[in-house]
Design a binder for this molecule. Sequence first.
Ligand code: NAG
Ligand code: NAG
Ligand code: NAG
Length: 486
Amino acid sequence: MVLDDYGKKSDLPIHNFTPKKQNTFPPLYKKIVIGVTSIFILWYLFLSGGGEDRPVLQIPDELDKLKSSSHQLYKATKDGIVEIELKENSSAESESSAGGVKAEEKTPISEDELFKQTVSYYDLNDYRGTGDGLSQGDVVLFLMPLRNAESVLPMAFHNLMNLTYDHSLIDIAFLVSDCSPDDRTLETVFDYSVHLQNGTLVEKFQSEEELRKSKKFRGSSDLYQLYMDQDYINNVRKSYNNPESYHKDYSKPFRSVSIFRKDFGQMIGQGFSDRHAVKVQGIRRKLMGRARNWLTTNALKAEHSWVYWRDVDIETCPGTVIQDLMQHNYDVMVPNVWRPLPTFLGNEQPYDLNSWIESDPALELAKTLDEDDVIVEGYAEYPTWRVHLAYLRDARGNPNEVLDLDGVGGVSILAKAKIFRHGVHFPAFTFLNHAETEAFGKMAKEMGFTVGGLPHYTVWHIYEPSEDDLKEIAKMERKKRRKGGK
Ligand SMILES: *[C@@H]1O[C@H](CO)[C@@H](O)[C@H](O)[C@H]1NC(C)=O
Ligand SMILES: *[C@@H]1O[C@H](CO)[C@@H](O)[C@H](O)[C@H]1NC(C)=O
Ligand SMILES: *[C@@H]1O[C@H](CO)[C@@H](O)[C@H](O)[C@H]1NC(C)=O
């Protein structure tokens, strides 16, 4: 904390800022040259009347799409989904029913009343966030981007309910974007959110599970589990069967649930080879940055002290994760992210390589790149020799050990809301040769905020067997059966 010029407490990382002296007026001849040039340019643009070779300003299709594409905001209540209409000409939000909820009748109100309803006062010093936020009543904004995520949503909602941070202090906002036409992510989020707020989601999952069991043929889809570390599998089973045993407020409704729907346009396919070509990665990351920024700016309200970003495809995560990340009182804090693997592939592996400490070789490398190039980790093209948080994990290490970082991954980020208010965001352009979450970490650092990670505190990403892994498993099964047959 520093004292600014007016002696007030401020958490702005300002160090003796002195404005530069403006130059005095340019000499007369410069003024004339500038004047004449401007007139010529204006004439050329507007009056020369469409010469054949006049350059026409082209707006790329993608940008056009972004500008024109609409979005919707839905609120989930225990009684159903309410669509909030965002009227163009007034800032007033009006509700319309979509799922059985009647919008309230509007009655004429006096000017005094109108003033009271439309003028709000917040002292943002009250929402700065502290390490013991839970006891201070800090409100957390929980943000989750979703895309073709229908199949993993039950897992994500189990993880939500498992959070032991007081649910009545958490606002949830989902962003559903760019799903394929036959995908039902939006409908499923609606359905689960209504049950979540009604306190009946656990029962719903239980009846769905029974239905699934009664229908299912004996296990081809779960076969791979036999080839996983059994301690891990048992822990997963325990986490999802009778989950309420973890804490008494498992089914407690949250402060609010908002669901945004907006498409950003898909520039590239989702095929594996597409997704992983190094150049395409940069483009993809920028698009994801755009979506993240869109979600933060729409969902962040004055009363939020913290923002917690979470990916949908986390299988197990300690229910205390928000408090555990918060207690260090960093401006940005991430855990380690690993994923399990079949035993024949080594049981487990580091998953998120985007959390790292900057290195000299990487800084040298950046100097040789184009201004617009995006460095992505894990590619031979970009040998960065950085220290990755993921590789430092010791399963028996101290989960409270903190490491200062430069880049961060987006799987699970707890950040103070104030950093977004200061303008830190997820660059959708190349910032210091990075984009999205890695650039977010770098930008927070550049602006004087603290960025850290916990090397021995682990969140587990889901393992989905690849085609090759499934083939390998099938081969081993055949071998097993042949042996059994003898
Ligand atoms: C919004 O305002 C503009 C001009 O201010 C007007 O032309 C337009 O018709 C208005 N739209 C609606 C939906 O009221
Ligand atoms: C909400 O829960 C009550 C029981 O607690 C149940 O009767 C009702 O149907 C539920 N509402 C919805 C929309 O599921
Ligand atoms: C819920 O929290 C407990 C305790 O922290 C943890 O052991 C369990 O794996 C969590 N469940 C999920 C689904 O992550």
